[in-house]
Design a protein around this ligand. Structure first.
Ligand code: ADP
Ligand code: MG
Length: 412
């Protein structure tokens, strides 16, 4: 059984892009100006640190949103109507349409999936000297939605790189990351950090993105899975992260309050936690807030340690740190859920080198670092555990570190 459908294979990707361009032509009556893609991501380690100006180590995955786009009325921006279609229909139908007038966009004015491209058009329109005309867009994504693999940012990033190219805006990766964050925060209304878009923009095949969320300085650290005979398995628990926005906002607020109490701009300014010696300044906080802060400090340190382990080629050490990260997210940050804990425990019991929830939590996916020869064993164990607990069957598949967002050149 094939668990993995590689998409970073150039040929498969171009075939997919050409199919999308043909579909675009059928739908809109003319060819697109181009096709762009932007991957989803998993986070190897560094969770809930991005909005604390901290450190993260995600990688872009070989599942991506693809958009075909054509600018509509560059000469007459006053009628900047965007026409959108997605091959994925949240209501279960075949196809889903959306439309909006760029000049009339206001936060919350577009519902459903159209809010993501609209949010991008909105923030770009707010930049001095930038006029976003109407456009036609066709979206097709292989990033599962609501699984914590950041399908929403994949849509936003694919849209923004397309508009950046077509409008000749010349925005760099950090600019694009900050703008898509604003699209999601200000327009869609989800208080997400900067990690997901950055991974989607700056990820590289074969590596993880070591990103400082304060400066957006980044470095690709090789993640030689195949060389070590390893795979990264995603276990999508199918638990919608429906409490995510509320819980996420509460965690952010808690970190901001703690920073104020401790007299720092962000938790990044606190000394990195020593595993053995709990930081004395935590005594100034109530117990719950102290646990939240301890997670952030521990997690930043564990990102640094993971980068060191990767540099040393110690992948089993990476696995241990992943599991330690899960424990901290479960016990100190309290953003896991029973299904994620079960997925992690089942994978570890079946021989995984490490496992953790990935993404914001409260549902979504776990990842496990496993020996490639144990794929079936781990998969069966997780499926059996979920069945024994009467839970929905999870989706289980492997992912590879893939290249970040880019234009796809179509055949001549
Ligand atoms: P996640 O980003 O973890 O997948 P979100 O709830 O943040 O979950 O984003 C999922 C939303 O993104 C979907 O409900 C939909 O509005 C939009 N979306 C993502 N992929 C697609 C797609 N292929 N077609 C249409 N909408 C999509
Ligand atoms: Mg999202």
């Amino acid at each position: 059984m094939t668990l993995h459908q590689p998409e970073n294979n150039e040929h498969a990707e171009r075939t997919r892009a050409e199919r999308l361009a043909r579909r675009f032509t059928e739908l809109y009556g003319h060819a697109p100006d181009g096709v762009w893609c932007a991957p989803g991501r998993v986070n190897l380690i560094g969770e809930h640190t991005d909005y604390n100006d901290g450190l993260v180590l995600p990688f872009a995955i070989d599942r991506a949103a693809m958009v075909a786009m054509r600018l509509k009325s560059a000469s007459d921006p006053a009628v900047g109507i965007a026409d959108l279609a997605s091959t994925y229909a949240p209501d279960g139908g075949d196809f889903s349409h959306a439309a909006f007038t760029v000049a009339e966009l206001a936060p919350g004015s577009v519902d459903g999936w159209g809010a993501y491209p609209a949010g991008v058009a909105y923030v770009l329109s707010g930049l001095g000297g930038v006029v976003v005309p109407g456009f036609e867009l066709l979206l097709d994504s292989s990033v599962p939605t609501g699984a914590g693999l950041s399908s929403s940012h994949a849509v936003e990033v694919a849209t923004i790189v397309a508009l950046n190219d077509l409008l000749g805006l010349g925005l760099n990766h950090p600019d694009l990351a900050r703008l898509t964050q604003r699209a999601e925060n200000e327009f869609v209304g989800a208080p997400t950090g900067i990690m997901d878009q950055s991974a989607s923009l700056m990820g590289r095949a074969g590596g993880a993105l070591f990103l400082d969320c304060r400066t957006l300085e980044s470095e690709v650290v090789p993640l030689p899975l195949a060389e070590h005979g390893l795979s990264v398995l995603v276990i999508d628990t199918k638990v919608a992260h429906s409490h995510a926005h509320g819980g996420y906002a509460a965690r952010r607020a808690s970190c901001e309050r703690a920073a104020t109490t401790l007299g720092v701009t962000s938790l990044r300014d606190l000394p990195t936690a020593d595993a053995a010696a709990p930081a004395p300044f935590l005594d100034a906080l109530d117990q719950e807030t102290a646990r939240r802060v301890r997670h952030v400090l521990t997690e930043n340190r564990q990102v640094l340690e993971t980068v060191e382990r990767l540099r040393d080629g110690d992948l089993s050490g990476v696995g241990k740190l992943m599991t330690a990260s899960h424990v901290s997210l479960r016990d100190d940050y309290e953003v896991s859920c029973p299904e994620l804990d079960l997925a992690v425990d089942a994978a570890l019991n079946a021989g995984a080198l490490g496992a953790r929830m990935t993404g914001g939590g409260f549902g979504g996916s776990a990842i496990a670092l496993i020996d490639a020869t144990q794929l079936d064993q781990v998969r069966e164990a997780v499926l059996r555990t979920f069945a024994d607990h009467g839970l929905q069957t999870p989706d289980i598949f492997t992912v590879l570190p893939a290249d970040g967002a880019r234009r796809i050149s179509l055949g001549s």
